[in-house]
Ligand binder design. Structure first.
Ligand SMILES: [Zn+2]
Length: 413
């Protein structure tokens, strides 16, 4: 039947000769040809639902595998159990600490969720670091490890490189297992902490810090940049619009900030200059949206690892590419969640320490379940999408959950 003949006959009796549910409109409504049979009346009362009130429930009836215990003991290599209590412009100052939890708050969850060791990245410096190690590492040996942080407040002093090297040596003697950098470097830290020019990630004054970490065999856990969408306008085209609307201070668009690409390039120049230093790039190197780019970084630099913390929302919406990524770099990816104990973690549901958080990570890594939430909350907090499991085999899970971090952090098997 010729198309023109079909069109003519269908207009005469659309319900009998055509499937109503899958037909495109037959023709635009034209005077004299009758009403478009697919046109319906809109309900004006339903036209102005606010995005914030839209909480759809998926009608998919798909497998829901409960994985409340991981296939192997877990080292969560990215948690925050303490924080420097004094900060200015996002830069930690001094040695006093805020404690987010006590070991007895954490251990029951760790035991239920199969977490052998929790690594507290933000352990501070000096006396604060010593107190963090006493509070966690010593109170429950083997269950907690603590990292130190840079002494950024002294960067303008002429003796900063030596002071920083001494602080790292002290931290290691105290028991720190690595150096953690927040995104402070590149996005907040200025010449006089909160005034003057932003310091670049590859500022030469930090060369002694990177080199000392190599000398002391302290791995550097570095968070550079942030999700790509944080560097774009917070507008109707931004895939993290709701997240940025809730946290306007997370936007680094304009206002004198470097671009995402500039930050990544500066980070890579540091890595290139310090091949003896081990770098673990937090949050899939802030490049989880572009696994080709972070794969090129891993190919280029043998001294680079990544963690997956707070990025299963990105990895899980590209499960086939992610699975290839896990297979290819199975010796260089660390399990981490960026967990923050409640109530401190309430504002970031994708990081709220608890059973629900770990169950989602395990489900993502161990199953091939389809279309599930990446955070235990009604509205996906980072963007409106769902994720798919990557169903990794046991050989890879064992490295990811435990062996890669144990090797880097010097934890016994
Ligand atoms: Zn973190």
């Amino acid at each position: 039947m010729k198309p023109s003949t079909q069109r003519a006959s269908t207009i005469g009796n659309p319900l009998r000769s055509r499937c109503f549910c899958c037909s495109p409109p037959l023709s635009p409504v034209r005077a004299g040809t009758g009403k478009n049979p697919l046109q319906t009346v809109r309900d004006p009362a339903k036209a102005d639902l606010r995005l914030a009130d839209f909480t759809p429930r998926s009608m998919l009836q798909v497998r829901r595998t409960r994985v409340d215990h991981p296939a192997f003991p877990v080292i969560d290599a990215h948690a925050h159990l303490s924080w420097m209590s004094s900060t200015r412009n996002g830069v930690g100052l001094g040695e006093d600490m805020i404690w987010f939890a006590a070991p007895e708050d954490l251990l029951p969850v760790m035991d239920r969720c199969g977490i052998r060791t929790l690594v507290n990245l933000t352990g501070g410096i000096g006396k604060g670091l010593e107190a963090a190690i006493a509070r966690f590492d010593r109170a429950a040996p083997g269950r907690f490890r603590t990292m130190t942080e840079p002494s950024f407040e002294f960067v303008a002093q002429g003796d900063y490189p030596q002071l920083q090297a001494d602080a790292l040596a002290h931290a290691q003697r105290a028991g720190a297992c690595g150096l953690k950098l927040l995104k402070t470097l590149g996005l907040y830290l200025r010449e006089r902490v909160d005034a003057g020019a932003l310091l670049a990630i590859d500022d030469r004054r930090f060369d002694a810090m990177w080199a000392t970490c190599a000398d002391l065999a302290l791995p550097v856990f570095i968070h550079s940049a942030d999700p790509a969408a944080f560097f774009l306008p917070t507008d109707a085209r931004n895939e993290r619009y709701e997240e940025l609307a809730r946290h306007p201070d997370w936007s680094f668009h304009g206002a004198g900030f470097p671009t995402h690409a500039e930050l990544i390039q500066a980070r890579d120049r540091v890595i290139a200059r310090h091949p003896r230093t081990t770098f673990v790039l937090m949050h899939v190197g802030s490049q989880a949206e572009d696994l080709g780019a972070i794969s090129a970084c891993l190919d280029r630099f043998a001294n680079v690892h990544v963690d997956i913390s707070a990025r299963i929302g990105e990895l899980g919406r590209q499960p086939r590419t992610s699975r290839q990524f896990f297979e290819r770099f199975q010796d260089r990816i660390l399990f981490g969640t960026d967990a923050v104990p409640p109530p401190w973690g309430e504002d970031v549901p994708q990081q709220r320490f608890g059973d629900a958080l770990y169950e989602i990570y395990y489900r993502f890594l161990e199953t091939e379940d389809e279309y599930f939430d990446y955070a235990p909350t009604a509205i996906p907090p980072q963007g409106r999408w769902s994720i798919y499991g990557v169903g990794l085999p046991g050989t890879i899970l064992r490295k990811l959950y435990h062996d890669n971090a144990a090797r880097l952090l010097g934890l016994s098997a």
